[in-house]
Design a protein around this ligand. Structure first.
Ligand code: FE2
Ligand code: FE2
Length: 269
């Protein structure tokens, strides 16, 4: 698809905003922009994509849609990654590996703080999508598993189940079905039975509000004017994230290999 450069820059708040973005964030913004253009074209034809349109795209790609951001370049080749310290912390992963998802989760956590969300759930907002660097399919479950040994139980619960809840409206808490999903999944998409069953379980759970607040504070649009910094959350991380002294990936926890896979995605086997 042809890109109108000026329209792209304007959509991101001008050339100087784009200059400040990391290459990954730029590629991501470009992909969003292309999707919007495609959507506008489809809308001008009078329709949203349906599930069969989305399925027809599968064989037009050299990668699967569920592959993690670290494993696929949105444009051109992947880049060489900066080395990790020998005992990496959560902050190191944010700085050196979560480059595509970090802005989105920082914006979501920033909004959650503004909305007076409890700290454990602000932490869930801050971490809810970062496993998408590893894998996008079932990212709520993967993210929760990645963090479970290091965060409060309610935080892991909120991360895991935001994925199912985002398909279901909750007017009382101000959550509407995201318009973006009509484009991503197709207008006639219905969540699979395991998602429906999970939603029903969580809806009646005493911790329902946690994952619901993650969806309420989830931002579906990249806001070029809001650039929260990880420093804003240093205290919350310090109070609620149990950083292993050996470094993430080297503490022999059941999820250590997941951290190593994020740290070293170029290993052949
Ligand atoms: Fe998510
Ligand atoms: Fe999100």
């Amino acid at each position: 698809m042809e890109i109108n450069r000026n329209a792209f820059l304007a959509s991101q708040g001008g050339a100087s905003s784009v200059d400040q973005m990391s290459p990954e964030a730029k590629a991501d913004a470009m992909e969003d922009f292309m999707m919007q253009q495609l959507n506008t074209r489809q809308a001008s034809q009078g329709r949203l994509p349906v599930v069969s349109d989305i399925e027809a795209q599968i064989e037009t790609r050299s990668y699967r849609r569920g592959a993690g951001n670290l494993f696929v370049a949105a444009e051109g080749n992947v880049r060489r990654l900066p080395p990790m310290p020998s005992k990496p912390t959560l902050v190191d992963f944010f700085r050196l590996r979560f480059s595509v998802t970090s802005n989105h989760v920082l914006q979501s956590a920033h909004l959650a703080v503004k909305n007076n969300v409890p700290e454990e759930i602000v932490l869930a907002c801050l971490l809810h999508d970062v496993a998408q660097e590893l894998i996008k399919v079932d990212h709520g479950w993967w993210s929760a598993q990645l963090f479970e040994p290091y965060v409060p139980e309610q935080t892991a619960f909120a991360i895991r189940y935001h994925q199912a809840l985002r398909f279901y409206e909750d007017e009382a808490h101000g959550y509407e079905y995201p318009v973006l999903y009509r484009y991503l999944f197709g207008e006639d998409y219905r969540p699979e039975p395991y998602i429906e069953a999970t939603y029903k379980m969580v809806r009646n759970h005493k911790w329902y509000l946690g994952p619901r607040l993650v969806t309420v504070n989830d931002l579906y649009a990249f806001d070029p004017d809001v650039n929260p910094n990880l420093d804003e959350f240093a205290d919350i991380i310090g109070r609620h994230f149990k950083q292993p002294k050996e470094g993430l990936g080297y503490d022999n926890s059941p999820v250590a290999h997941m951290w190593r896979s994020i740290a070293r995605p170029d290993m052949p086997l």
